[in-house]
Design a protein around this ligand. Structure first.
Ligand SMILES: Nc1ncnc2c1ncn2[C@@H]1O[C@H](COP(=O)(O)OP(=O)(O)OP(=O)(O)O)[C@@H](O)[C@H]1O
Length: 765
């Protein structure tokens, strides 16, 4: 039956604005190849999982650039063009926030937006080589160092990215620069990866793609399985991708951003050093602490030392001992084997993370140079152009995560999503409010559930992250101590969003806006410590290699004593991001992965629904439903409910048909939650409009008079109209809520019966 229903490009125009309606609309459109749909100002992009070249390209951008949004089908270019137009028209900066779960298509969507903005900005520029273009060209480099194969996506970005493109409105929106910022690289992947996932692409590219001369210089073995960090998984190649080709691709991207051959070699030698570090093994020296184990361990130590530009002995010492300050001066105490392994992994992670940051800086410098053509370099900030230039920010950030076991990375990712959700709610709420005000409908009683409570639990004073940082200052603190601290803290345990879990002792739960997540404190303390061990800092800072010297340049004295943790860095970066976003007009793109396996054309309803809920689309719908959930053009309303009218509606034949009308004054029935948009397209004759309005007034008066049709009951009857009920039933069947589906079916039959009765009664009148 729903086959005969029309799908809508903008879901806020759905007469049945509820979960079933939204899901049915998306599914029907996706099956027809319409991957984009609006929900008001939000764009929903359902991943096609197949190339759709006809949807993209310069010609398509030009169409969207020159047409109003309603005239063309929904598209990611329409969102980019709207941001560009608003920026020029309002003289205000814009932000496009792309979110969704892993594999939903965020990075691809962000690339399409960047290409579109670059095209729009280049229209007014004499040169097509803009800073934004340089950022697009650097994508393969960021992907090589920051992307990896995960269970859910073969090319998953393991970091968040915020790209700003600057335009000069006075020059018609010419691109004047760009900058990229990255967030929270998943550095633990360097040392820990499980089948069938892989570590960062660059490791495999290097092992299989380096030239014979470089292989010898970097002491690379034949197979990735010879490196302990990579051998933890047996996946070394990706379907449809060649490590050797990708290696050359990455090197070309390095050349594009202006890295000399020498600099490229230094970067790749450092990557090789990280792998060699992982092959250093330790053994206990007769209870005296850890020493490097055997000949293979020694070879790895020498290779790592050579590539890091230090001597093997000081490196071994930095990994196996710790300096303790005593009144008599510093003394070196030996580490246990496990502590030495931790020290080694910590060095590997910090070297890789700093190398990644350095590359991001190099990209920003290249972007400045590409724009200014100075060749002088613009520093790591990406050089914001002078004040009158406006920016469009593009955020491509990891979506909400919930696995069987969730670690500190998930806590940070989910905090980020909570913050973005808060921003989203506030925006959607404001947008909805403006709509009601425009149509003169009472708004005062509508409220929305904000996520202040859960934010307070995560990042508030003495919340989960504060307590974690506090305990990190005690070197001997354990995961159990942290769990105990959480349970015994009044601020945490009294928060209704916190769940105490008894087994295992390290588990606790958080009720997020997108569902509950169980976290394990097992690795929290270790992962949260972000400081570089003083011995490592001092050793690598004295490296013979200029790149390593730069990566480990001595910190300013004040910073040395400042406590650094992953959670405090996450909160600081988030605060900066939110403050930047608060200055900009937001546009949202919600990417949906329609099935877990990435099969083209398959729409798994429960799986997609979960993402619609997590991505806040349902929250937007809920906010809409909190007000007037039932929206339909006035003519369509009359067509359905004229039977409720006690007197015959005189001008039946004058009533416009559905689809003929689309805008005009509206009516609402007190708190009946019925939102009538009385409609009158300019093309309609006044006479017909007058007749329609007269009919509406009669029905309204009737509904007001008769207790039976007032308030919730009237709303209920209207919600179970024939069309809505059919879709709702389909949806419930899909989700296997059999009993509820049958009940709805009954309600629908009841409605049909009532309709017959009313028709019969009308005949008597
Ligand atoms: N518009 C599109 N057209 C065709 N294929 C697409 C499109 N968007 C996404 N895909 C496909 O989906 C895959 C996953 O997309 P993408 O890497 O952008 O996901 P993501 O949301 O960024 O994931 P992650 O968070 O793991 O980085 C792509 O490799 C591509 O095959």
């Amino acid at each position: 039956m729903p086959g005969i229903l029309r799908t809508l490009q903008d879901m806020t125009a759905l007469s049945f604005l509820h979960e079933p309606g939204v899901l049915w609309n998306l599914q029907s459109r996706y099956k027809r190849g319409d991957i984009y749909t609006y929900t008001g100002s939000i764009l929903i992009a359902v991943n096609p999982f197949r190339p759709v070249p006809h949807l993209y390209g310069a010609n398509v951008i030009d169409q969207y650039r020159s047409s109003p949004r309603e005239q063309l089908p929904p598209h990611v270019y329409a969102t980019a063009c709207a941001a560009f137009r608003n920026m020029i028209r309002d003289g205000a900066g814009q932000a496009i926030l792309v979110t969704g779960e892993s594999g939903a298509g965020k990075t691809e969507t962000a690339k399409l937006i960047m290409a579109c903005l670059t095209h729009l900005g280049a229209q007014h520029s004499s040169s097509r080589h803009s800073g934004a273009g340089a950022i697009l060209e650097s994508n393969p480099l960021l992907e090589a160092f920051g992307n990896a194969k995960t269970l859910r996506n073969n090319n998953s970005s393991r970091f968040g990215k915020y790209v700003e493109i600057f335009f000069d409105p006075a020059a018609g929106g010419m691109v004047t620069g760009a900058a990229v910022r990255t967030y929270l690289l998943e550095r633990s992947r360097v040392v820990a990866v499980n089948n069938p996932e892989r570590s960062f692409h660059i490791f495999y590219q290097l092992v299989y793609g380096a030239s014979p001369g470089d292989r010898a210089a970097w002491r690379l073995p034949e197979s990735a399985s010879d490196f302990a960090y990579l051998a933890r998984s047996s996946c070394f190649t990706l379907p449809g991708q060649c490590n050797v080709e990708e290696y050359h691709h990455t090197r070309r991207a390095m050349s594009h951003i202006g890295l000399s051959e020498q600099q490229q070699s230094a970067v790749l030698a450092t990557v090789a050093a990280v792998l060699h570090l992982g092959n250093i093994t330790f053994t206990d020296s007769d209870g005296e602490g850890a020493v490097v184990a055997g000949a293979p361990g020694r070879r790895a130590l020498e290779a790592a030392a050579e590539l890091l530009g230090v001597e093997p002995e000081p490196l071994a010492e930095a990994l196996t001992t710790r300096q303790i300050q005593t009144p008599e001066g510093p003394i070196a105490t030996p580490l246990s084997v496990q502590a030495a392994v931790d020290a080694r992994d910590s060095m590997a992670k910090v070297v890789y993370a700093r190398l990644f940051e350095w590359l991001v800086s190099a990209i920003n410098t290249a972007v400045d140079e590409a724009h200014n053509g100075t060749g002088a370099g613009g520093g790591s900030s990406g050089g914001t152009p002078p004040g009158r230039h406006l920016s469009i920010g593009l955020l491509d950030i990891y979506g909400f995560e919930s696995f069987d076991v969730n670690d500190l990375e998930q806590l940070c990712i989910n905090l980020t999503n909570e913050k973005l959700q808060q921003h989203f709610n506030q925006h959607v709420f404001k947008w909805e409010q403006a709509e009601y005000e425009r149509e003169g409908v009472d708004w005062s009683y509508i409220s929305f559930r904000d996520n202040a409570e859960v934010l307070d639990l995560l990042e508030g004073r003495m919340g989960l992250m504060d307590l974690l940082d506090e305990l990190c200052r005690f070197p001997k603190a354990s995961a159990e101590d942290l769990s105990h601290k959480y349970r015994s803290s009044a601020a945490v345990s009294a928060n209704p969003r916190f769940t105490k879990l008894n087994r295992p002792a390290t588990a606790f739960g958080v009720e997020h806006y997108a569902g509950s997540v169980t976290y394990s404190t097992q690795n929290f303390l270790e992962k949260n410590r972000d400081y570089v061990v003083a011995e490592h800092q001092s050793l690598l800072g004295r490296s013979r290699r200029p790149l390593l010297q730069e990566l480990f340049a001595p910190e300013v004295p004040a910073a040395q004593f400042q406590f650094r943790s992953v959670s405090s860095q996450c909160r600081r970066q988030l605060a900066e991001l939110m403050s930047a976003l608060s200055q900009l007009q937001p546009h949202y793109v919600r990417c949906i992965k329609p099935n877990p396996s990435g099969a083209p054309g398959e729409f798994n309803a429960p799986y997609s629904l979960h993402q619609l809920r997590c991505g806040g689309v349902m929250e937007a719908v809920r906010i809409a439903c909190a007000g007037y959930s039932y929206r339909r053009p006035f003519a369509a309303f009359l067509e359905h409910f004229w039977q409720l009218c006690p007197e015959p509606v005189h001008a039946q034949e004058d009533t416009p048909r559905v689809g003929e009308v689309d805008a005009g004054p509206q009516y609402h029935l007190g708190h009946t939650k019925v939102f009538l948009r009385a409609t009158a397209a300019a093309a309609l004759e006044r006479r017909r409009l007058a007749a329609t309005n007269a009919a509406a007034t009669t029905i309204q008066a009737h509904l007001r008079r008769h207790q039976e049709f007032r308030q919730e009951r009237a709303a209920l009857i209207m919600q179970t109209t024939w069309r809505s009920a059919v879709i709702r039933r389909e949806y419930l069947f899909t989700l296997r809520y059999w009993r509820a589906a049958v009940r709805i079916q009954t309600a629908w039959r009841g409605y049909a019966a009532r309709q017959l009765y009313l028709q019969a009664r009308k005949g008597n009148v």
